[in-house]
Design a protein. Sequence first.
Length: 176
Amino acid sequence: MTYAPGTIGLSRISGAVGVFVRWGQWLTGDGSPWTHAFVVLDDAWVIEAAPGGIRMVEVGSYESRAAFLPDWPVLSADQQQQLVQEARKMLGAQYGWMQYPALALLALGLKPYFLRHYVARSDRYICSQLVDELHRRVGSQLFDDGRESMDVTPGDLARRYRQVTGTEPKTSVISS
């Protein structure tokens, strides 16, 4: 299947990394089964934040095990092209392991300036923050609830998709 640049994808991480990510999301209050998010760049590639840093992987590695969200958000052709350019600039940026505890503190209502600044910084990302940041850079605001920049988990993306489209993200591999 072909997806437009900027299409968001959600999946579930298995193994030890998946356990860690699910635990990190649980700390933020997110009990969603969705533990990973990525963005389609073209017919062949997606960009994702993974423990080794931001990288491109073949879209085919996700086609049978991910939910693609093609009807949200809607990007113009110019935004799609700009998103791909911005994504390539971000390749190699570090993974944000410490973002999970920081997001958990925000979820608990602790919002001092230094913590908000740490979460919003643009040099380390978890997967859902990468999705949010790429869309922000092209003028596509995914959330309108007043949250801090990059205060987002894969479950937040799934809930927002459901809120906007009335449809639950689905793939046959995801189970609770």
